[in-house]
Design a protein around this ligand. Structure first.
Ligand SMILES: NC(=O)c1ccc[n+]([C@@H]2O[C@H](COP(=O)([O-])OP(=O)(O)OC[C@H]3O[C@@H](n4cnc5c(N)ncnc54)[C@H](OP(=O)(O)O)[C@@H]3O)[C@@H](O)[C@H]2O)c1
Length: 340
């Protein structure tokens, strides 16, 4: 016997990947429900070699369903996740709504799978921000070896992190640059994204940082270790899929770059591609559709006592969202629900 699984937001970028990944990883699904807004009622989405017609989230009855993977944004989550949870269906949510609630576990399975038991508090589990997820996968094995004191991270985040509208805006604006009269004004983003970079993701905070940057700080502390100091600069770049990060790490203990490379090679969820020659590193177009978090450019930072720098790339729709959510479902199934 397997699970009755709901994917809410099944017509979106993340929801579609959730359906793909459930099928690819042969998650034990007895029955699947694909939900979206009323606008998409009856839209067909793929689940393995089948197609499924989407139903309306607003009228769906969660009674008798085991797990609901949510990717509908915070507003809709606020309305529907509590309904699902109250009906006895465990929600794994991709929005930021519940991530900072101390009663709700925030999980990256390679880092803190043991937090899963906390799902019982509210029948809800939170999935982290895409930039945090790939970064903590890389930081965890290094932290275990040499204790991280401080991290300085700059992100290069793809437009798919801003949903379907983000992808459309980059596509249309790029074409519009070449066709006089078809120029596309910024709408989803605050400035032109085609052939440009924008140092602003999510709203501004009082201290001048952005909410995206704040999320990386708060989520790293919750998932990995509250004692780690972190400062982030989050930047949107004209890439369709795949987030990149330049990460500088200061440790308590000395960690040699060769040992760091060996540790990362052995670590779960990581693929090291690090040749010191032209092309001997990973770029975002090469990570699309993959499960791994790729690490390149591992090198000593001699400007601080125990420093390392590295380059980290991952598919934001996969490890940053859908894959991580399915991995959480796997942990939940294996350790807690025990069906299948
Ligand atoms: N993209 C990423 O890298 C990423 C990473 C981590 C987390 N997330 C989070 O995942 C969520 C989804 O992101 P996305 O990129 O997949 O967005 P998206 O491509 O814009 O898709 C949004 C999905 O939510 C559905 N939806 C929106 N409002 C709804 C409502 N009121 N009732 C029912 N369904 C509703 C949409 O249905 P319709 O098609 O019917 O409108 C669509 O299926 C967001 O919370 C986002 O913050 C995204």
């Amino acid at each position: 016997m397997g699970y009755k699984v709901v994917v809410a937001g099944a017509t979106g970028n993340v929801g579609r990947e959730m359906l793909n990944i459930l099928a690819e990883r042969e998650f034990p699904v007895d029955e699947i429900a694909a939900l979206a807004s009323r606008r998409s009622l009856g839209t067909e989405v793929s689940f393995g070699d089948k197609t499924v017609k989407t139903k309306d989230l607003d009228t769906f009855d969660f009674t008798g369903w085991d797990i609901a993977l949510f990717a509908v944004g915070s507003e809709a989550t606020k309305t529907y996740a509590p309904k699902a949870a109250a009906a006895g269906c465990v929600v794994i949510d991709n929005s930021s709504l519940y991530r900072y609630d101390p009663q709700i576990p925030l999980i990256v399975p390679e880092v803190n799978a043991d937090a899963i038991e906390g799902y019982k508090n509210k029948n809800i589990i939170a999935n982290p921000n895409c930039s945090t997820a790939q970064m903590v996968v890389a930081l965890k094995p290094l932290h275990d070896r040499a204790r991280i004191k401080r991290v300085v991270v700059s992100t290069y985040q793809s437009v798919s992190g801003a949903g379907k509208e983000g992808i459309d805006e980059l596509w249309d604006q790029t074409k519009g640059v070449y066709v006089p009269g078809q120029e596309v004004e910024p709408k989803k983003f605050t400035k032109q994204i085609a052939f440009n970079v924008i140092p602003h993701i999510d709203v501004f905070m009082e201290d001048g940082s952005t909410k995206e940057e704040w999320k990386m700080v708060a989520e790293t502390k919750k998932i990995l270790d509250p004692s780690i100091k972190l400062t982030a600069t989050c930047v949107r770049v004209p890439v369709f899929v795949g987030h990149s990060e330049s990460i500088n790490i200061e440790f308590e203990d000395f960690l040699d770059e060769d040992e760091a490379r060996d540790i990362l090679r052995e670590a779960p969820g990581i693929m090291v591609v690090d040749k010191r020659e032209p092309g001997g590193y990973i770029t975002p177009v090469e990570c699309v559709g993959d499960y791994a978090t790729f690490i390149s450019r591992i090198r000593q930072d001699s400007t601080v006592e125990n420093g390392l720098s590295l380059w980290c790339v991952s598919d934001n729709l996969r490890k940053g969202a859908a894959l991580n959510a399915v991995q959480i479902a796997e942990v939940l199934g294996n350790r807690c629900l025990k069906k299948g």
